[in-house]
Ligand binder design. Structure first.
Ligand code: HGY
Ligand code: MN
Ligand code: MN
Length: 395
């Protein structure tokens, strides 16, 4: 078995035309779990599924807390084959290399295939890693219909707190595709991740008045879609003022949804990010103010819901230098890099030292079927991961 074979095989699970769709609590993610359980067992690890649908593989060796290595097994709708998957499959490859090198780890090594990092089905992003660190708000999940989806997949929402196993972990490593263009453009092999941008998710519901498109005077309309459209542009313009921030409105719906009716109701979903801790805390209040101002000008009612808030995190400096040394030992070029994308490491880093390795994404494309990282870079990344892991378990 090679890493390339695993990428090919895993990419077939949930295959959706040219892309891949594996959403939490669906048959596709169940098939991904079954595949991964088998691969872990083949490697001689103790494989299990936890209460949050995460797959865990344990190499119980030595003593003390475990080094956890992994990423997520779910995807966005019609996503690529590498986001998340590569972190899990390269962890399998790293274990293979350690075993080939006859390493007897001085402490346990665990592999995690986290569930629902993308939160694409029910907007429950990083549910798996949140459960793993004990950071879930059950009341909030109960309200959002998560129990029904979980039950249909054979899981029990009330048991999610039992998935907390962070106390048995001493450090975390995650390899991931960069999902940006820096490494690819500059021809660099490996990114040593220094920090991950914080993100705020908001949902804004605008209510105006539905009426006839041809008879309602332009001046007296209360058009919810116009208000939302102005917000989209205002958020973009606001984010453009800073190099450390982004704003995205990735979903919009308008009702009644007819070309000849003034839209009385519109809902947008907003994703705001900043790598600056100072600016991060201002993201939500600034957006709320701007939305309220535009809604007032357009004579709309607006309701704003906070969907998620994850502060920026710094990754562990000691792990960063281990990763940089491992890259050097592999004769790979490397640079320090900040992550604009979110990762399970964000949830883990506040609890134990966490390190991330980036490999190049062709043309910086991700969350798309066109996501691609060359087999050479995938393998090089896995080798850097294996060396870093070796350094952590042979002292
Ligand atoms: O949106 C994110 O950055 C994460 O990968 N889900
Ligand atoms: Mn993603
Ligand atoms: Mn990811």
């Amino acid at each position: 078995v090679s890493l390339e074979d695993d990428i090919e095989a895993f990419g077939q699970i949930g295959r959706d035309g040219e892309g891949v769709t594996r959403l939490a609590w669906t048959a596709e993610i169940e098939a991904a779990r079954a595949w991964l359980l088998q691969r872990l067992a083949d490697l001689g690890l103790r494989a299990s599924v936890d209460e949050a649908g995460n797959v865990l593989g344990r190499w119980e060796s030595g003593r003390g807390t475990a080094i956890l290595v992994g990423s997520h097994i779910d995807t966005v709708p019609h996503g690529g084959r590498f986001d998340g998957a590569l972190g899990v499959l390269s962890a399998l490859e790293a274990i293979r290399q350690l075993k080939q090198n006859g390493i007897r780890p001085s402490r346990p090594i665990w592999i995690a295939g986290f569930n629902d990092e993308e939160g694409a089905l029910l907007r429950t992003s990083m549910l798996g890693s949140r459960a793993f660190v004990g950071g879930l708000d059950l009341a909030d999940l109960r309200e959002h219909g998560v129990a029904v989806a979980m039950a249909a997949a054979g899981f029990d929402l009330e048991r999610l707190p039992e998935a907390k196993r962070i106390d048995q972990v001493g450090a975390y490593l995650e390899l991931h595709i960069e999902q940006g263009h820096t490494l690819d453009e500059r021809g660099i092999d490996i990114g040593v991740v220094t920090s991950i941008a914080g993100l705020v998710g908001l949902r804004a519901r605008f209510t105006g008045e539905t009426n006839h498109a041809g008879t309602t005077p332009m001046r007296s309309r209360r058009d919810a879609l116009v208000g939302a459209a102005r917000v989209v542009l205002a958020l973009r313009n606001d984010a453009r003022r800073r190099s450390d921030s982004t704003a995205n409105v990735g979903s919009i719906s308008a009702e009644p949804g007819a070309a000849n009716a003034v839209p009385g109701r519109t809902v947008i979903e907003i994703d705001l990010r900043s790598s600056s801790r100072d600016h991060f805390v201002r993201l939500e209040p600034r957006a709320r103010l701007l939305i309220a101002e535009i809604a007032a000008e357009e004579r709309l009612d607006v309701d704003i819901e906070l969907v998620q808030s994850k502060p920026p995190v710094e990754l562990d400096p000691t792990l960063q230098s281990l990763i940089a040394s491992a890259a050097e030992a592999e004769h790979a070029s490397s640079i320090d890099i900040a992550s604009g994308a979110g990762h399970d490491a964000m949830l883990i880093a506040p609890h134990v030292p966490a390190g991330m390795i980036f490999v190049p994404s062709r043309r910086g494309i991700s969350h798309s079927p066109d996501e691609f990282t060359s087999p050479e870079h995938c393998l090089l990344g896995a080798r850097v991961l294996a060396r870093t892991l070796t350094a952590l378990v042979t002292n």
